[in-house]
Design a protein around this ligand. Structure first.
Ligand SMILES: *[C@@H]1O[C@H](CO)[C@@H](O)[C@H](O)[C@H]1NC(C)=O
Ligand SMILES: *[C@@H]1O[C@H](CO)[C@@H](O)[C@H](O)[C@H]1NC(C)=O
Ligand SMILES: CC(=O)N[C@H]1CO[C@H](CO)[C@@H](O)[C@@H]1O
Length: 718
């Protein structure tokens, strides 16, 4: 929230005059207590005038990030119950009517319906939707029986005065979900719901670089919208996972998914409570009752799809870099890895293997002999992974670049708002590029054919799909985005640049599944499954797909790395948090770029990172173009010896790691987990994110600080 300079000054003057009592209490009488405030002006630029004009209360406070404009106790907004609940086959349904004509962002919808489905004993779904008009829904299939589950571990009810919607854990009476109907919004481009949560032990929401695994509830807002964005604390990154887990005070745990793919944000407040805001689709919630943290993830992945079973070889150490520049440098690197006898199973090829960064080509000058070399590596027992980007240049000579010519003929691109001309942007390849629309079945055919044919050129074992947010180096495609409500909605969630088009396509572009506005964050997700099947078909083996952009359910067909992070000590710590979170999201095949991607690493940082990274489920050292080399054989004998030793510990435990992946694939367990999963009743375990477990039985507590040779006993403030 932005405040005007004059209001800051006014607050300062009032403070100086001693008009304010207490450093953290509200400064206006009769107002809602600070910790209970729900923001009534979530977009920037609130002023007392604009606040009061919408019927809300304005009251400054010195509590950092607390809203100054918030809903009063007697909010004029929201909905009221429109009659009794009606029984349905799967549960019950009730109609809600809007309470007044006032509107925050226009186009309010009334009535709306809450539909409650008792899906399994430990899983319920409730969705709020428009009974009179279909709206976008995420096409993720979640199986549910046709009839209401019996003996459920939860109760769903309205309070006696019909003002709150509640979900309770039957065994303890704990209220897991508690939404005041006066805080509910359902308009065409603004949907909001607030709930109290039973404790401040809240985990999840992604993809972000979080600075702690257990969230701060001090008025923090996380935006979610897939974006090509180097990890920066709290910015919306490559993927979208609107899922959280909450550990209740008595150590029971539950999880909640908001199945929605529109740009959205969630605010965490100290009450403690959560406010979800999304700008499209419906409010489609799934609640998982646990009661252990592992049970929550098992139930979550039962719904969204169990993680795929990775190939055994892909648990080996992997090496990559952007900018080998030539096959000679690649060979030198591979040779010194072998010379130092460093455990090493997989070699990756980043975009510099391509001819002018064109998908489905290789550089026949700088990488002459690459096909033969990859086969040589395979004969020696290694495996190869190649990168593919989603954009395809349209500016090659007609008849010379099949990926474009065939795609054009088949009509596989994301289109402009007219629905017939392809969206044209700019990315790695020379000239201008078009973007395959993977939600279109024809695109899947096109992609599969190209992947299969390319296998005859480069003998790959796995495919790495990058830049699939989708990334575009412009703000929208040519000639820029039209000024309309789709491209410039009345509310833009708390995402980088407050822009839906920056670094990607215009929201009003057309994909097969609907407007890019709705499907943007599904781009990488929709590419992952067809790539998985193509890789499986091409290799005849278990597929390997590594995707930068992910969504709910991506773990079923792919793994993920934590993105283009930096060669900095703190990033090494944050990588543990990211790894724990992706295990909650049902994507246990996860790791960060060992030694850091951007910037030059240092001997000591890289060595410590090799030690930590030896225990990433996906263990890969990767580096950006222009940086010094950082493979574990580069730094000489001593470095190599230590790397070899930690990697050998990993390799000696591979049967255990593989078994954990099997458990994950079959039962949905996490592979890497927080100590809190195993020692839930120990309050101290709730905040630990500098150490982690492999399954239930093996703890890794790496050195994360420069110039230290021991792990300090840390005090965790639960
Ligand atoms: C995009 O336009 C092409 C024609 O250029 C058409 O064949 C295709 O169906 C369109 N796709 C979508 C999703 O609008
Ligand atoms: C990083 O290392 C490379 C290679 O040694 C060097 O050319 C480059 O200038 C270094 N970059 C910085 C920012 O120090
Ligand atoms: C994880 C991390 O430290 N991210 C950093 C990435 O680099 C930017 C720019 O230096 C920092 O602001 C982030 O903190």
């Amino acid at each position: 929230m932005e405040r005007t300079r004059s209001l800051w000054l006014l607050a300062a003057v009032l403070a100086a005059l001693g008009q304010c009592h207490g450093s953290s209490s509200e400064q206006c009488s009769g107002a809602v207590a600070v910790q209970r405030r729900v923001d009534c002006h979530p977009q920037p630029g609130a002023s007392q005038e604009s606040c009061e004009a919408r019927g809300c209360t304005w009251c400054t406070t010195d509590v950092p990030n607390a809203p100054w404009c918030f809903f009063p106790e007697d909010s004029p907004y929201g909905y009221s119950l429109g009659g009794n609940a009606e029984k349905t086959a799967k549960g019950w349904r009730v109609t809600l009517n809007k309470r007044s004509q006032l509107s925050l962002f226009g186009s309010d919808i009334s009535p709306v319906v809450i539909d409650v489905e008792f899906q399994t004993k430990d899983r319920l779904r409730f969705k709020v939707y428009d009974p009179n008009r279909e709206r976008f829904e995420v096409p993720l299939k979640i199986d549910s029986p046709g009839v209401a589950a019996e003996d459920t571990s939860y109760d769903v009810e309205f309070t006696d005065d019909a003002s709150h919607f509640r979900i309770k854990r039957k065994s303890t009476g704990t209220v897991l979900w508690d939404s005041p109907l006066v805080d509910l919004f359902f308009s065409n481009q603004y949907l909001q719901i607030t709930t109290a949560v039973p404790s401040t032990s809240v985990y999840g929401f992604g993809e972000h670089e979080h600075v702690s695994f257990k969230h701060s509830m001090d008025f923090v807002t996380y935006g979610m919208y897939s974006r090509d964005q180097a990890p920066t604390p709290n910015a919306n990154l490559y993927g979208v996972h609107p899922f959280y887990m909450c550990v209740e005070d008595d150590s029971n745990a539950h999880g909640v998914l908001l199945l929605n793919s529109n740009a959205q944000d969630v605010s965490l407040s100290p009450n403690p409570s959560l406010t979800f805001r999304t700008i499209g689709g419906i409010l489609d919630f799934y609640v998982f009752l646990g009661p252990t943290p592992e049970n929550v993830v098992q139930q979550y992945t039962e719904a969204i799809g169990r993680p795929h079973m990775p190939a055994y070889w892909s648990l080996g150490f992997q090496l990559s870099r952007w900018g080998y520049g030539s096959i000679d440098v690649l060979k030198e690197t591979v040779n010194r890895m072998h010379r130092y006898d460093i455990p090493y199973d997989v070699q990756h090829l980043d975009i510099d293997y391509m001819e002018r960064r064109l998908d489905f080509t290789y550089d026949k000058e700088n990488f002459a002999g690459l096909p033969e070399y990859l086969q040589e590596l395979k004969k020696a027992g290694m495996h190869n992974v190649i990168i593919l980007d989603p954009f395809i240049t349209k500016d090659e000579e007609p008849g010379t670049y099949k990926p474009y010519d065939l795609g054009e003929e088949m009509g596989v691109w994301v289109n402009n708002s007219d629905g017939v001309t392809p969206a044209v942007g700019e990315a790695w390849p020379p000239g201008h590029s078009v973007f395959p629309d993977f939600t279109n079945p024809r695109t899947v055919e096109w992609w599969t054919q190209l992947c299969l044919e390319f296998k005859n050129v480069l003998d790959y074992d796995g495919i790495w799909i990058d830049m699939n947010e989708p990334s575009n180096f412009l703000r929208g495609q040519f000639p820029g985005c039209a000024d309309n409500d789709i491209n410039n909605p009345p509310y833009i969630p708390s995402i980088s640049d407050r822009s839906l088009a920056q670094k990607t396509l215009c929201p009003d572009s057309k994909t097969y599944l609907g407007e890019h506005y709705n499907t943007h964050s599904l781009f990488g997700w929709s590419q992952t499954e067809p790539t998985f099947h193509a890789a499986q078909q091409a290799t005849g083996k278990r597929a390997f797909v590594l995707s930068r952009s992910t969504f709910v359910g991506s773990g079923k067909h792919g793994g993920h790395w934590l993105g283009d992070n930096f060669s900095q000590w703190k990033d090494m710590h944050y990588s543990i948090i990211g790894m724990l979170e992706f295990n909650l999201f049902g994507m246990p095949y996860i790791g960060a770029d060992i030694c850091g991607f951007n910037y030059n690493t240092t001997y000591e940082l890289c060595l410590r990172w090799m030690q930590l990274g030896s225990f990433y489920p996906f263990s890969r050292n990767h580096n950006a173009e222009g940086n010094m080399e950082q493979d574990p054989a580069f730094f000489g004998a001593e470095f190599a010896k230590i790397s070899r030793a930690t990697l050998r510990i990993r390799y000696s435990l591979l049967p255990y790691l593989y078994t954990l992946f099997y458990e994950s694939h079959v039962h949905g367990n996490t592979v890497v987990r927080s100590l809190m999963h195993e020692f839930t009743s120990d309050q101290q375990s709730r905040g630990i994110d500098t150490a982690f477990l492999w399954g239930p039985a093996f703890m890794v507590a790496p050195v994360l600080e420069e110039a230290s040779t021991a792990i300090k006993k840390r005090h965790h403030t639960g």
